[in-house]
Design a protein around this ligand. Structure first.
Ligand code: NDP
Ligand code: MG
Length: 401
């Protein structure tokens, strides 16, 4: 059997490491072309060495010498920077994992699709900011995008053999994050450390905090809209503290297909890795009798204002997803750095979105990579002005010191 050529962008992260775990268990079936990372040079070099990667890329040009040094004696090429990432994504591969965190995943994802590679998409930010551009690039080059986000993998699986035209609604579930049982009044004082612990999933720091604020679910509503071309009013969110039902698809005859499984990303990654086949995967099997009860409830809009912001971005359309994502990424960084409070994040994103909505010229610009990059930068600048100025940060000011 000819090994499949695979590349992993964001290899040093949570999704990347889980992907390598699956590849390690089926070593003969794969040949690793490119691996990318950011600051974790030791992990990147160790994996490049173990898997005999053709090229290892760090996103940070300042770390190139470190990477070269760490790769001494191996046959792996070292490269660094945004252009090197795009070049590595252009190398012929059958399957490419897009697992960089943030908008930095967009360019390598587009490059992979433009070369006809199948893109396993964990990087939801690129779909939120540039969904139509990604989908259109895939279509033009006969490339396929497979969802890796667990909810979207679940919907995708529930839709196998079904006609999307018969779908009435899609329900994606949310655990409720770290603070689902906290009194509302306490949220403003929540610290990044508290927000970065997830009750059910083990993920990277940024997505874990986004789970606590439900910005993660907000991004996922838009991701569902873009990926499955579903109208916003057909997409619902339920809080489901057990995280065992990942999504449900409701059809016009009243049937609902639920996708269940242990909260382990290796299921969704493995499904995308072997699609259209189903292979044995090393994930825990559910014992529903032991679980006993599954709970569902409607998310409280006051606790989770991010969900309403996703609806607003979809209503505005055009490049509003890029505005939401850029402002959110910037506000999240500010929260992690202790510059603003937990509940300030939604306030900042709301204000930025509102400002762009008032003068819609920018969000109505054509969906090109240039325009997305520009509006992403503008949204971050607008968020920063709010953080630095008097307007936002009132609640957060001085809280973390
Ligand atoms: P991690 O933070 O664990 O990993 C992020 C990866 O991206 C690392 O390899 C990191 O390198 C790299 N990276 C960070 N910043 C940049 C940058 N500016 N340019 C290029 N590379 C960069 O994140 P996760 O694995 O948790 O998430 C990855 C993506 O998958 C996100 O889009 C997330 O929303 C999505 N996702 C994750 C899930 C999960 O279970 N973790 C579930 C569903 C979706 P380094 O660490 O070396 O600095
Ligand atoms: Mg998810």
């Amino acid at each position: 059997m000819v090994p499949r050529r695979v590349s992993i962008f964001g290899a040093t992260g949570s999704i990347g490491q889980n992907t390598l775990d699956l590849i390690r268990r089926d070593r003969e079936a794969f040949r690793v072309v490119a691996l990318s990372g950011g600051q974790n040079i030791a992990q990147l070099a160790a994996d490049a060495h173990e898997f005999g990667a053709e090229v290892a890329v760090t996103a940070d040009p300042a770390r190139l010498d470190d990477l070269r040094a760490a790769l001494t004696g191996s046959s792996t090429e070292a490269a660094a920077g945004a252009e090197a990432l795009a070049e590595a994504a252009s190398r012929p591969a059958d399957w490419i994992m897009s697992a960089i965190v943030g908008i930095a995943g967009l360019v390598p994802g587009l490059a992979a699709l433009a070369h006809g590679s199948t893109l396993a998409l964990a990087n939801k930010e690129s779909l939120v900011a540039a969904g139509p551009l990604l989908m259109e690039t895939a279509q033009r080059h006969g490339a396929r995008i497979l969802p890796v986000d667990s909810e979207h993998s679940a919907v995708f699986q529930a839709l196998q053999g079904e006609d999307i035209g018969t779908v009435e609604r899609v329900v994606i579930t949310a655990s409720g994050g770290a603070f689902r049982d906290w009194p509302l009044a306490a949220l403003a004082r929540a610290t990044p450390e508290q927000a970065a612990t997830h009750p059910n999933w083990n993920m990277g720091q940024r997505i874990t905090i986004d789970s606590a604020s439900m910005f993660n679910k907000a991004l996922e509503i838009i991701e569902t809209h873009e990926f499955f071309a579903l109208a916003p009013d057909r997409i619902e969110v339920l809080v489901h503290p057990q995280s065992l039902v990942h999504a449900l698809v409701g059809f016009r005859d009243g049937a609902m297909m639920a996708h269940m499984g242990a909260p382990d990303m290796r299921h969704a990654i493995g499904y995308a890795l072997y699609w259209p086949e189903r292979r044995m995967l090393p994930v825990a099997r559910l014992d529903l009798a032991a679980v006993g009860t599954l709970e569902f409830s409607t998310p409280d809009p006051e606790r989770y204002p991010a969900l309403g912001l996703a609806r607003e971005a979809m209503r505005l359309g055009g490049l509003a997803g890029a505005v939401l994502n850029g402002a959110k990424e910037h506000a999240l960084t500010a929260f992690i750095e202790g510059r603003i409070g937990f509940t300030d994040m939604a306030g900042i994103v709301a204000e930025v979105l509102e400002a762009f909505g008032r003068t819609p010229g920018h969000i109505n610009a054509a969906m090109t990579l240039d325009n997305i990059t520009t509006i992403d930068r503008m949204a971050r600048d607008a968020a920063e002005r709010l953080i630095a100025g008097a307007g936002v940060g009132r609640q957060g000011a001085g809280r973390q010191g």
